[in-house]
Design a protein around this ligand. Sequence first.
Ligand SMILES: Cc1cc2nc3c(=O)[nH]c(=O)nc-3n(C[C@H](O)[C@H](O)[C@H](O)COP(=O)(O)OP(=O)(O)OC[C@H]3O[C@@H](n4cnc5c(N)ncnc54)[C@H](O)[C@@H]3O)c2cc1C
Length: 115
Amino acid sequence: MFGQALSDFQMTQGKLADMVTAIDAAALLTYRAAWARDIGKRRITREAAMAKMQATESAQQVIDAAVQVFGGLGVVREHPVERLYREVRSLRIYDGATEVQKLIIARELLMESAQ
Ligand SMILES: Cc1cc2nc3c(=O)[nH]c(=O)nc-3n(C[C@H](O)[C@H](O)[C@H](O)COP(=O)(O)OP(=O)(O)OC[C@H]3O[C@@H](n4cnc5c(N)ncnc54)[C@H](O)[C@@H]3O)c2cc1C
């Protein structure tokens, strides 16, 4: 019984660790793109595409884990977690869908390596 409770607790801790790591990784990619522009890099296409893709894909994973942690409450209409679950979904589509960001990142990488 205790073992089961401890195991569930650790699973929640594992989710929290994954969530905060994904958020930090997205933030760091975003700061890198902004920093590259600040220091005068003319083209930050790859940096911006990587930041957008990582941030929006992470947001989806993080809110999905949050719903799981909240259990039934997480799917109660207009609960903040439920509202965020719905609102986050479209981020992976507009301002360049994830698949399109991948095409951009790969194209930029190949262009850079050909120089
Ligand atoms: C909430 C919301 C707000 C929006 N706000 C605006 C706005 O303010 N201004 C504006 O102009 N537009 C806006 N849009 C439109 C948005 O930019 C488009 O929905 C987006 O560009 C995707 O285009 P689409 O819906 O025609 O899908 P499609 O282009 O038909 O894409 C459908 C799927 O195919 C994939 N796909 C497309 N091309 C490729 C490819 N070459 N290779 C691999 N996969 C591909 C996509 O990734 C996606 O998964 C908004 C959309 C949403 C959902």
